[in-house]
Write a protein that binds this ligand. Sequence first.
Ligand code: ADP
Ligand code: MG
Ligand code: MG
Length: 882
Amino acid sequence: TKWVYTFGDGKAEGQSAMRNLLGGKGANLAEMSNLGLPVPPGFTITTEVCTYFYDHGREYPPELQEQVDTALAAVGALTGRRFGDAEMPLLVSVRSGARASMPGMMDTVLNLGLNDVTVEALAGSAGDPRFAYDSYRRFITMYSSVVLGVEHHAFEEVLERYKETKGHTLDTDLSAQDWKHLIGEYKALVKRELGEEFPQDPQAQLWGAIGAVFGSWMNPRANKYRELHNIPASWGTAVNVQAMVFGNMGDTSATGVAFTRNPSTGEKALYGEFLINAQGEDVVAGIRTPQDITEAARIESGSDKPSMEKAMPEAYAELVRIYGLLENHYRDMQDMEFTVETGKLWMLQTRNGKRTAKAALRIAVELAGEGLITHEEAVGRVEPASLDQLLHPTIDPKAERQVIATGLPASPGAACGEIVFNSEEAEAAKKAERKVILVRVETSPEDIHGMHAAEGILTTRGGMTSHAAVVARGMGKPCVSGAGAIRVDYAARTLSVGGVTLKAGDVVTIDGSNGQVIRGEMPMLEPELSGDFATLMGWADAVRTMKVRANAETPADARAARTFGAEGIGLSRTEHMFFDEGRITAVREMILSDDAEGRRAALAKLLPYQRADFVELFTIMSGLPVTIRLLDPPLHEFLPKEEEVGAFAAETGLSADKLRRRMTELHETNPMLGFRGCRLAILFPEIAEMQARAIFEAAVEAGKRTGEPVIPEVMVPLVFTKAEFDLVKARIDAMAKAVSQETGTQVEYQVGTMIELPRAALRAGDIAETAEFFSFGTNDLTQTTLGISRDDAGTFLGPYAKNGILSADPFVSIDQEGVGELVKLGVERGRAVRPGIKLGICGEHGGDPDSIAFCQEVGLDYVSCSPYRVPIARLAAAQAAL
Ligand code: ADP
Ligand code: MG
Ligand code: MG
């Protein structure tokens, strides 16, 4: 088996299409080599080795050693050096690279191959020996923490103490002699911690580092990251071994990261940061404040440090040439890592850059405009779920802001909440349903869970590519980074800036679009839905074949639904209209009366309310279909509580004893499987009749008002047999006739049913004989198919997902194999009997992209979801149709 693939010198054994085997980083290093770009030579150990490693008790395939030796010799030949050589030593980096990018999640070791002998050779060969010792001390630190398990901060402490005694502030102030001295201290530290010398044998170093990268695939951070991003553990990581180039060789050397377009806004301009005389991890770690790449960005940021464009014009010109080339080649925005060694630019990584939803929209629309991609491809470029970010509120610009500090606008959107200073508190607050802003000096991968729990993130150190910034953008959370004026005191749990001191629990607002930190809670504004958003949604609508409707009953929700582009209402839950003041008493009277007479009296009070609700709904949705579901509550949701019985009796003049007796009669052990849905309408037909009357009278009135015909779709819930449906339908038809006669207007309508019980799906053929439409109620269908009550599933669904028993929460994403099978059967059997039957889905799944793809596959006519998810559903439905 071939386990190792080489790259460098204008060619490579791999290419970008081989990302499953080579990992994203390895595949793109190969691709860049093939394109003739300046990439330091190296080789990739495949993801298959990782899989082998874990399948064989952490052993390597027997042929691996030889293949690595051969590849390493080839790299040496290209660089004129030899690994471990005392005169011309080859130094390498050992870099992880999974199939899906996992930024900062895995460990990298730089400057490998240095020891007490090779460091002298390096010092002798360079103009300035300082860089050799600087590299060695970096190597000892990295290798010790990544491979040997000595804590990074132990080295930091030694360094800080030394800088203090010498009166230095910056690492760059330290001389060759200083580093030489520190190397001695570092080695002593390792000896103290481990009882062993720091490994001097380059071969031992190399295999130690390779083992550590494979080992890091299963470390807790990587596991957590995969869990959050649904990356299977079986994918494995590749290991890249690559000749070092040095950004720390003095003032003509540098290291940096750049995006071909702005990852926050999508603006087409080279964007990024770099540091002179530094190595890769310095930029991300936020130890020194990085400099801008372009002069335009420097002017905008007001930085007094020169841009790369000014400081290194040749390397900059080369970067500009390469970025254009890469973007054209990949036809997408690229996120690049580079190093300049004594004036020469080297490319170390490229990948499709992560971006905010706003940037994703703009980039997709502009790439299409530039003719680089088609409209359909543009539609496929935006993650539907990410649109959620754009639907987030921003701070009302008219509101007065008490800005206490300004950092970098690291991830857009505004958020407010109570201050917390660590991730554990953030998580605890989230559990208690409190909103918090996570405030840290800087974040590390250990903070992921806290960042998830927080509404927004504020750091006092680090740039636009710091950990906090990158991760927050990925999560779609507002983030302000590097607000350096703020002093955080973790022990006192306070932050202070310009004479203001805030404690944990005090409320702040952050504006991730301009970097402001604002005291107190700010009024927010609803998002703008024009521009790129409208353009891309237009393209999505053009390819989409399923309709998208909304679940809505209140006028506010119906209006929001229309704004977001809903093409009708797929589910209007009439019971939600019964809780309002003035109505609930009548509802209770209706339920608690023990004869039809009493029920009719109570219903007569409800009729005008219902009619008015429907008139408003039909008017707002004028011209679009509206599905109204007849009353479907478990009755207990409406009953007065024991302590309310006295007051209720007094209010209605009923006897409290009689009320209690009736409540006992109505008591159910399993209300969700009890007297609800069409069962109510069958035993108390007057309820369905009142609702039907309200619907039809409202349709006539709204039709007159708007001049558009209103065709309500009346939906009968929770049937399991045709006989139930027919009984209720007969009442509805009779009422339609009555209202037509009374008003002299022919009412047009449809009557259909929800398919939300397994038996209904199985008998869909019979039911379709009389039902004109089906709406799959996959919430109840999931509950009844899996025998799981959604409200009681909390204790075991989490562990089920963790142990791989369920791949996703079946209430979030439809269980395609089980519940989905029933939906498929229902579709087939329903269509066989009534070919034109209208088929839709309502419930949570209607707004979930994976479930929407499934709906497309089984051939539904529409999905219906909550108003705020309508844009997500429109885009997901378009992608499903591509
Ligand atoms: P990550 O996946 O966390 O980004 P990388 O493997 O990309 O880790 O390494 C991080 C940084 O280390 C790179 O951005 C680069 O600056 C530096 N680096 C990696 N390999 C080399 C190399 N061969 N020469 C110089 N710098 C390197
Ligand atoms: Mg990288
Ligand atoms: Mg239901």
